[in-house]
Design a protein around this ligand. Structure first.
Ligand code: NAD
Length: 428
């Protein structure tokens, strides 16, 4: 489905350039924001369980911290590249800005595949990543979090290593920690729920009752699972999900026309968000090719897997019925696909707005850590809903007022705030 020559950073820069033209950004600010402020690329040598040494490549990119300490996840993926991390760091800057939280943008990663690593090997990678960066990250500098194929356990190993090096407790170093170890209730749900809070608002604006809508979802990991759960609670029906099949090295779409059953599917899904194909067949799901999720006759599409999934080519295959695309993943839509979506008049909720629930809840986690007082889940989710809804309304109103594509409107708000912070600090 994805284009092999795709470069996420080139795409992030193209989106930024378009916004810089719209707002008439001066040359120096453009130069500053077009590239990361700092980046680290390093080796993590690990003794494997069989006694052999293996060297993994690690990255951390700090795109911009004018509005506050850097914030961004750490992704474990075999195809991770420095350019992907650069793009994700840049998107983090805009994400924190669009929801107006006092944080900058960072991102990290390790080129590895946790499918083929034991837990103790993963622990050594986490500790190795921290040993390299222990002096360049921290609660007041740059705060990591989980992303694709990393979770609360990885965060706790990283925190433990950092605290051992610095000889004190620093719960604010990292977010996405386990609840009871400085984590926030609601963090697991936050990104998926946030996607659906913005989807709910978009449908309200379009006068479409959410309980009359049907959706198709790509991905069945953290973001997708919670997005589906809340969408179902609002009465929406999901007819298919697509996910990766590690053994077959391809994706499949699992479809049930009268609606997938999230609880049933979760019983046959592993921790990487992979559905057991044979068991799904036995439960009556149709198993279709990986791209089939995109061409379904639905009102809502939720790409919630990876970047570069809606391209100039495959976007032409989407149904005329599609009214809203809510981007759960980061960077799922290429600029060519954007053009088509805009011409077709489909309402898009752009990634760094739609999936900002995760970082917003991470920010709440930091606030709770600082107070050393933890809120109930209801309170966290209510605050999250408020933040997401008000960010959505600001972007949608600007889009309407200035007749902008939703992605461009979100960029205008986010980039203006960051540019202003850079100017106020006297950087440009
Ligand atoms: P995850 O690792 O929990 O799940 C990823 C899912 O995508 C899995 O079901 C996997 O099988 C599927 N997948 C991978 N490649 C695929 C392919 N080619 N076709 C179909 N399915 C495929 O990851 P996640 O945390 O749910 O993150 C998903 C996306 O959301 C990523 O782009 C991530 O950067 C973004 N995001 C995540 C968070 C968060 O809090 N987890 C926050 C913001 C953005």
């Amino acid at each position: 489905m994805s284009d092999k020559s795709f470069n996420a950073f080139a795409m992030a820069q193209a989106q930024f350039d378009k916004c810089a033209d719209i707002i008439g950004l001066d040359t120096a600010t453009r130069e500053l924001l077009r590239y990361p402020m700092r980046e680290y690329s390093f080796a993590i040598p690990i003794r494997m369980d069989d006694g052999q040494f293996k060297v993994f490549r690690g990255f951390r990119v700090q795109h911009n911290d004018a509005r506050g300490p850097g914030k961004g996840g750490i992704r474990f993926h075999p195809l991770e590249t420095i350019d992907t991390v650069r793009a994700l760091a840049m998107w983090m800057t805009w994400k924190c800005s669009v929801v107006d939280i006092p944080l900058g943008g960072s991102k990290g990663g390790v080129v590895c595949d946790p499918h083929n690593l034991s837990l103790s090997e993963q622990e050594r990678i986490c500790r190795g990543w921290i040993r390299v960066l222990a002096r360049d990250i921290g609660p007041l500098r740059d705060v990591p979090a989980p992303d694709v194929m990393t979770n609360a356990q990885h965060m706790l190993w990283m925190l433990d290593e950092f605290e051992a090096i610095h000889g004190a407790k620093y719960p604010g170093l990292i977010t996405g920690k386990p609840v009871g170890m400085g984590g926030s209730l609601g963090r697991t749900e936050a990104t998926g729920f946030g996607v659906v809070y913005t989807l709910r608002e978009a449908l309200k604006m379009l006068n479409i009752p959410i309980d009359k809508t049907i959706a198709s979802v790509q991905g069945f990991g953290n973001v997708a699972q919670y997005a589906i759960r809340l969408y179902n609670q609002y009465g929406g029906k999901v007819i298919c999900v697509a996910c990766w099949h590690h053994h077959d090295q391809t994706a499949y779409t699992y479809r049930k026309m009268d609606g997938i059953d999230i609880d049933e599917l979760l019983t046959i899904t592993d921790k990487f968000g992979e559905i057991d194909k044979d068991k799904a067949k036995k439960l009556g799901y149709e198993v279709l090719p990986g791209e089939a999720w995109l061409t379904q006759d639905v009102d809502v599409l939720i790409p919630a897997a990876l970047e570069n999934q809606l391209t100039g080519e495959n976007i032409k295959g989407i149904s005329k019925r599609v009214k809203v695309i809510a981007e759960g993943a980061n960077g799922p839509t290429t600029p060519e696909a954007d053009k088509f979506i805009q011409e077709r008049g489909i309402f898009i909720i752009p990634d760094f707005l739609a999936n900002a629930g995760g970082v917003t809840c991470s920010y709440f986690e930091q606030v709770q850590c600082n107070m050393n007082f933890y809120w109930e889940k209801e309170e966290v989710l209510q605050k999250l809903d408020q933040k997401m809804t008000s960010a959505f309304i600001s972007v949608a109103e600007l889009a309407k007022e200035r007749k902008l594509y939703m992605r461009d409107a979100a960029y205008v708000i986010a980039v203006n705030r960051v540019a202003q912070a850079c100017r106020d600090r006297g950087w440009v």
